[in-house]
Structures are given as C-alpha cells and as structure tokens.
Design a protein around this ligand. Structure first.
Ligand SMILES: [Zn+2]
Length: 393
C-alpha cells in the first residue's frame, strides 16, 4: 500500500505517529532494519534532494528511500526494534529539514527567473547536506548570474506566499509549468506567484521571506550549459560568517585593512619576485666562485648550491666538464630534496644516475654526456659523503 505522505499535508509538522506495516532486518547489520509505515513525515531521497534525518521510536533514521510510492526508512536501534502493527512515534530533525526547505524554495525562485528571462531549463538539481547544485541548458554570463541573484533576493524580500497543491486534470492541462521529466499520476504543483510554477514533490517554506538570503557561490561551464552552486538561509549566513572570519584573519596577519588586501598582496608578490631574482643572482655568483676554486687536478667534482635556475646549473656543469676529466655534478636544493645535473667529457654520466637510483630512489635520466633528475630524502652532507666514497677524486 502506498505510504501516506504527511509532509505533503504540513511541511512544518515535526512529530507524527503511525502503525508499522513491515520490519525487515538489514543484511549484514545486527541492529538496523528497513521499516515501512502507513504514513510518514520523513521526506525520502527524491527529485534530487537528500532525505530527512531524525528518530523513529528509539532508533536513529539513517536513510529514507521511495519505490513505487512506498517509503522505506532505514533505522538503527540500540534496543529492540518495533514489531509489525506497533504504533511508533517519529520525529524529524527540523533544523536539517528547514535548511533543505530554504534551499529548495530558493532554487525554484532562481530557476523560475532564469526560465522567464533566458528560456533555459534546470536540467539537473542536487540538494545534499553540503551543497546545492543546479545545471542549466544554456550559458549565463557573470552579469546574468548577478542579475538573477538580485531578482531572486528581491522576490525573497517581497515575502510571497508559496502554494503547493494537486490541480485537477483540466486545470493542469491549461497550466504552463516547469517540469524536469514526464510525470504520471497526480502532479503536485508549487507556485510562487509572479516568479515560478513548477512540478515538485518536496516540502517548501510557506513564504519566500523565510529563505532569508540567496547567494550564488560558484559557477562552471557544464555539458554545453552552466552549473551553479547556491546557498540559502542558514547555509548562506554560515558561509558569509566563515568568509568574513577568513578575511579578518588575513587582514590581521598581514596588518592591512580588508579593503587594502588585494593591493597589499600585489605588493608582496612583486617584492617576492624581486627578492627571488636577487637570491638567484647571489647564488649563481657564489656557485661560479666555487667552480673557479675547485682543485684543477680533481677528477670527479660534486658541488651543492641552492636557489639557482636550470640554465645556471647547466652552465656550471658545462664549465666543470671543460676543466675536469671525471664526473662533474651540481645538486641544487629544491622543496623536498635536490634537482641535479651530472655531465662528463669522457665517462658515461648514466653510471652516476644508476648509483643514485639504486641508493636513494633518485629520478631522472639522460645521455652519456649529461643526465639530470631529482633526489629526495637525503641531506647534502650525507649525499656529499656518499659521492666522495663512490667516486673519489
Ligand atoms: Zn522542486
């Protein structure tokens, strides 16, 4: 028998009683059951919206699904489960439900305005506990999005009464309404006068003012159209609070006013660029000095440096190779280890690469005359000692 949808009759009721129609243990779980009731306030996962949470008797409702108009609650109990024909009390998590109602009603307003202004359909809707996603089959520019967002908030401030009802067939046939799919059976129509008419099975707020605020927080191109993320009501407020805290934290850490942050960060970036350039120049000069100071009779030469670019590294190795007959390598400190280049005028440089790979899982490769790569998890002192032992000069 179809489950009576109490949430259709009153979206604001939080507690109900019902006789239990069926109790089935969940396979592989000791104290969880699939419970079917004659009637329920628990909205199932339907139309892109996540299910209600709450309690049924002494149990915690984990999931609510609907198939063939029969609603099944997955409930876990610490004590004994109810039996068929028992009367049980259910209570939905109101904060969770109301947040879903705010966000779902907000989505109708936004999609109704998009449809009226641009003719695009909402072809995908997902309302989970973490995000609200809408997919439209057309592109909206950033200006379009701000315009729709502004109009949606105007509709919220107007505090319009939202109607949910099941029109008779003749009324429905004459009605122009949005719908994501071909529907059969009685069709529930949610009307926001002047804004939107849409087929929908979910609970909605009584008046648009209860949505409080609608904010678009992300957009991306998606399947030839656009995917938007919005937040309404409590969720929008929480997002605003977190964003303000983040800005104030940055402002405090950088000792700059919030409105001066972009300019301040530009200045920091430029300072960093100039300093990095100077550090590279100093390091390169230091490296060249070391190269010039190497014993001319040394066969193998391995030097360590930091903060030089790839070209300086390569030029340094070439300079060493022109003066020494053995392996000549330079190891440049990087974020997690070293990048290196090793060359030789007469030996096969890959021999050094093989030894480094075998002992330190170094990466890289190249030709007999020059190899390059990276190495992690070893200090410069340990690496220098290892190379001196393997390739004594
Ligand atoms: Zn809907």
């Amino acid at each position: 028998m179809e489950t009576i949808r109490l949430f259709d009759q009153d979206a604001y009721a939080t507690t109900f009683q019902s006789r239990v129609s069926s109790v089935t243990p969940v396979t592989g779980s000791e104290n969880c059951y699939e419970i079917i009731l004659e009637q329920t306030l628990f909205f199932p996962e339907e139309g892109g919206q996540s299910p209600d949470l709450g309690t049924l008797g002494e149990g915690q409702v984990q999931n609510v699904q609907i198939h063939d108009n029969i609603i099944t609650h997955t409930v876990c109990f610490h004590g004994p489960a109810p039996a068929v024909s028992d009367t049980i009390t259910g209570t939905i998590d109101w904060d969770h439900r109301f947040s879903n109602m705010q966000n779902h009603s907000g989505e109708h307003i936004f999609s109704g305005i998009v449809h009226r202004l641009f003719g695009f359909e909402n072809v995908g809707f997902h309302l989970s506990d973490n995000s609200v996603t809408m997919d439209y089959n057309g592109i909206l520019s950033p200006e379009d999005i701000r315009r729709v967002e502004h109009l949606a908030n105007e509709a919220i401030y107007e505090n319009i009464a939202i109607q949910c009802d099941y029109p008779d067939e003749a009324t429905l046939a004459a009605l122009d309404y949005r719908s994501k799919k071909e529907l059969s059976g009685p069709i529930r129509i949610v009307t926001i006068p002047g804004i939107d008419v849409c087929a929908c099975c979910a609970p909605h707020v009584h008046r648009t003012g209860e949505i409080g605020l609608l904010k678009v927080i992300a957009s991306q191109k998606y399947k030839g159209g656009i995917r938007l993320n919005i937040l309404c009501g409590h969720r929008a407020m929480a997002h605003y609070t977190a964003s303000m805290e983040l800005l104030q934290n940055l402002s405090h850490r950088l000792s700059a006013g919030v409105d001066q942050l972009p300019e301040f960060i530009d200045r920091l970036t430029e300072d960093n660029r100039l300093l990095s350039g100077k550090l590279r120049d100093v390091s390169a000069a230091q490296l060249n000095k070391e190269i010039a100071g190497v014993d001319p009779d040394a066969k193998h030469v391995f030097l360590f440096t930091d903060a030089v670019d790839h070209l300086t590294l390569r030029n340094g190795v070439n300079a060493l190779v022109s003066m020494h007959s053995g392996f000549c390598g330079i190891f440049c400190a990087s974020k997690d280890g070293f990048s290196y280049i090793v060359g030789s005028a007469s030996l096969d440089s890959r021999e050094v690469g093989n030894v480094l790979r075998a002992s330190f899982a170094a990466k890289g490769g190249g030709k007999p005359e020059m190899i390059q790569g990276s190495i992690q998890g070893v200090s410069s002192d340990a690496l220098a000692a290892f190379l001196a032992e393997q390739f004594p000069s």
